[in-house]
Design a protein around this ligand. Structure first.
Ligand SMILES: NC(=O)c1ccc[n+]([C@@H]2O[C@H](COP(=O)([O-])OP(=O)(O)OC[C@H]3O[C@@H](n4cnc5c(N)ncnc54)[C@H](O)[C@@H]3O)[C@@H](O)[C@H]2O)c1
Length: 500
């Protein structure tokens, strides 16, 4: 239930505002679409007509409901028209002074009970509220792009937000058919606090020559089940936007992972902004999968994390083959083979093959089938190469696994390979956020699954895989990199201590 009936969207001529206006009008609220730019409002009106027409076409809405929704949308460039609105949602430029000025003006126009909500991604609700003259009636209401499709809303209170205001704004989001989660007034709330450093890690991994953007996307999708790879997402949101996010967060959080990676700046300087400029991280190059493979011989040195007892792959091996596959350790160099494949755990390939062989050329190739801790193994094989690994050995490794039905990616012999290097700091963040009370585990997980299309959330995932295992993996990477993002989170240290 909500007492709110009239809603205004400020910045309704822009990307987010246009979508939020659709949400409000679709749900039956009289919706004032305010923007300082009349052309923006015209664009949004056309987009609204198109969107609702599509909804009718798809059977999601009747033709009468479409007409009714459109008739509830009132365009204006005059702030005075918002005089009797119950809720104002601002989605104007991401600038503190601009937002404070708007709320200050609205304070003089709107009735005393009107709630002001901000869709800011990076600014503090408390600071925005400071310019409003009604700090107790200001709330954070962060929609996801595109707002008319994404249900998730991150709701946050400024220091002075009253419980009554928060409850009323929350009730409105539910009445509008959205799914609110509660978070604190901290940079990036939940979604961007997890996503911005993760995206930067991806860019740094590309810059460090870990793997191609295409292989990073394949690994994340096949290994973790994300609907979209991070490089595709970066190209979609825009590389310039990622710079702006980093520039907003780093000075406040001093988290080095939030700082803008040099490669990102170079890409933007070169005019590669992602989809909007036609070129970003992804090159569009695709690789044919192998259809035939050399036979292989399996040698078991110990228990295999990649292929546990009973795995179909174990039955496929033969004797005296051109490729040897060492499972569970026990590497023996054999230059007479096309390739000698070595299963890796958290260690680097160099531990088995020697660092010199990496420089001088070798048929030794590392691999690991990705597993979230102690979860069942995924369908992804990360193949690990050293600088001068034989191309024929790499091709044989790919062929062995691809013909057995696995997705393969190739990465350099760097700590954590692709997935653990990229995802473990995010799990650490989520565990720390939980300790700090940023949001509940359920709300953090809901944010990631609903806002980012992940199959589950980071807390659920890392817990399911085993916190003690998370400790082992992060400790190994931390020992090699010294980067604080890998220092195991408190909960993992506790779990490890209890497991020992
Ligand atoms: N784009 C996203 O993915 C995204 C996601 C969530 C939240 N946000 C946040 O939403 C807000 C808007 O972002 P956007 O991407 O839609 O921006 P945008 O540039 O597409 O739209 C901003 C609109 O606000 C209007 N505007 C600016 N100042 C105004 C003022 N003083 N009065 C009236 N209208 C004014 C502009 O004319 C423009 O139409 C920002 O706070 C942003 O951080 C963006």
């Amino acid at each position: 239930m909500t007492d709110i009936s009239k809603v205004a969207i400020c910045g309704a001529g822009g990307t987010m505002g246009a979508g939020i206006a659709l949400v409000a009008a679709r749900a039956g609220f009289e919706t004032w679409c305010f923007d300082m730019a009349g052309e923006g409002l015209e664009r949004s009106r056309k987009a609204a007509e198109k969107f609702f027409a599509k909804s009718v076409e798809r059977g999601k809405m009747s033709a009468e409901d479409r007409e009714a929704a459109l008739s509830r949308m009132h365009d204006t460039t005059d702030l005075a028209d918002l005089v009797d609105c119950d809720l104002i949602i601002e989605a104007i430029f991401e600038n503190l002074d601009v937002k404070r000025e708007l709320f200050g003006k609205l304070n003089g126009i709107c009735k005393a009970e009107t709630i002001f909500a901000s869709n800011t991604s990076t600014l503090s609700i408390t600071e925005i509220a400071g310019g409003s003259g009604r700090a107790d009636r200001v709330v954070g209401m962060h929609f996801c792009l595109p707002a008319q499709v994404m249900k998730l809303i991150e709701m946050s209170r400024g220091i002075n937000t009253s419980d009554e205001t928060f409850a009323a704004a929350w009730a409105w989001t539910e009445a509008a058919g959205q799914v609110p989660v509660e978070t604190q007034d901290k940079p990036g709330f939940i979604l961007n606090a997890l996503l911005v450093p993760f995206n930067n890690d991806v860019i740094r991994a590309i810059e460090a020559g870990l793997a191609t953007p295409e292989d990073i996307d394949t690994a994340i999708k096949a290994g973790l089940g994300y609907r979209m790879g991070p490089c595709t997402l970066l190209d979609l949101i825009g590389l310039d936007t990622q710079i702006r996010l980093g520039e907003a967060f780093y000075p406040i959080t001093l988290d080095k992972r939030a700082a803008v990676p040099p490669l990102l700046r170079r890409m933007v300087a070169a005019g590669k902004l992602g989809n909007k400029s036609g070129e970003g991280f992804l090159t569009g190059l695709t690789r044919e999968k192998a259809t035939a493979a050399p036979s292989f011989t399996i040698r078991k040195g110990g228990e295999s994390r990649s292929f546990p007892e009973g795995d179909a792959f174990l039955a496929a091996g033969g004797e005296n083959s051109a490729v040897t596959v060492h499972l569970g350790g026990g590497f023996v160099p054999d230059p007479s083979k096309t390739a000698v494949l070595v299963e890796l755990d958290t260690e680097c390939l160099g531990v088995h093959s020697g660092e010199d062989m990496g420089r001088e050329g070798s048929n030794a190739v590392g691999f690991a089938r990705y597993r979230n801790g102690n979860d069942a193994p995924s369908n992804l094989i990360e193949i690990v190469r050293q600088p001068s690994t034989d191309e024929a050995a790499l091709a044989a490794a790919r062929a062995v696994f691809e013909t057995a039905g696995f997705e393969t990616v190739v990465c350099a012999d760097q700590p954590g390979r692709i997935i653990d290097r990229l995802v473990r700091p995010k799990y650490n963040d989520a565990l720390r956020f939980l300790d700090e009370g940023l949001a509940s585990a359920a709300d953090m997980d809901k944010t990631c699954s609903m806002g980012l299309g992940y199959p589950d959330g980071p807390v659920e995932r890392v817990t399911r895989g085993g916190l003690a295992r998370h400790f082992d993996v992060t400790s190994a990477i931390y020992a090699m990199t010294g980067q604080p993002g890998y220092a195991p989170a408190r909960a993992a240290v506790v779990a490890k201590a209890r497991a020992d």
